[in-house]
Design a protein around this ligand. Structure first.
Ligand code: 4NP
Length: 157
């Protein structure tokens, strides 16, 4: 059976989208669904290419037994052709993803959506960027994402 492929996207690909990717992978493991999915994350920006996720996010996630292993990369036009779902963390990411798709005349293959469309517990319409804030912001992002990433998985499996 063809795997379902999912790409989570934020700005830098060192805080929110690596966390969303790791939460999704952790849920797949708990539900014995790992073999059915390909999961990745990317940033709209290029500053952090090749870097591990922000240590503040990795430490906050580890406290929940979630391992963030990804290295940052930038989204490319090819992603629109290969991923079934491209999931933005905030409205700015969403617009930048659509701009890139339009600029590069990429295919309409990928379904491009915002992760907070799948929220149920938290009312946040966007996942706030924790990069310039305090440590509590990283925990809050994880709380929000555990809710909405779980909702997203339910919606497609
Ligand atoms: P992310 O957070 O988009 O959740 O990875 C950010 C990381 C880095 C920067 C901005 C946001 N930055 O400006 O370098």
């Amino acid at each position: 059976m063809k795997k379902i492929s999912v790409l989570f996207v934020c700005l830098g690909n060192i805080c929110r989208s690596p966390a969303a990717e790791a939460i999704f992978i952790s849920l797949l493991e708990k539900k014995a669904l790992t073999d059915r999915f390909t999961v990745d994350s990317a940033g709209t920006g290029s500053w952090h290419i090749g870097k591990k996720a922000d240590s503040r996010m990795r430490i906050a996630a580890e406290r929940r037994d979630i391992n963030i292993l990804s290295r940052a990369r930038q989204i490319t036009s090819n992603d629109f052709d290969v991923f079934d779902y491209i999931i933005a963390m905030d409205n700015s990411n969403f617009r930048n993803i659509l701009d890139l798709k339009n600029r590069t005349s990429s295919s309409n293959f990928a379904s491009i959506q915002k992760i907070q469309n799948f929220r149920s517990v938290f009312n946040e319409q966007e996942v706030p960027d924790p990069y310039f804030g305090g440590n509590e912001g990283f925990d809050y992002v994880l709380d929000i994402l555990e809710d909405s990433v779980g909702g997203f998985l339910k919606s497609i499996s």
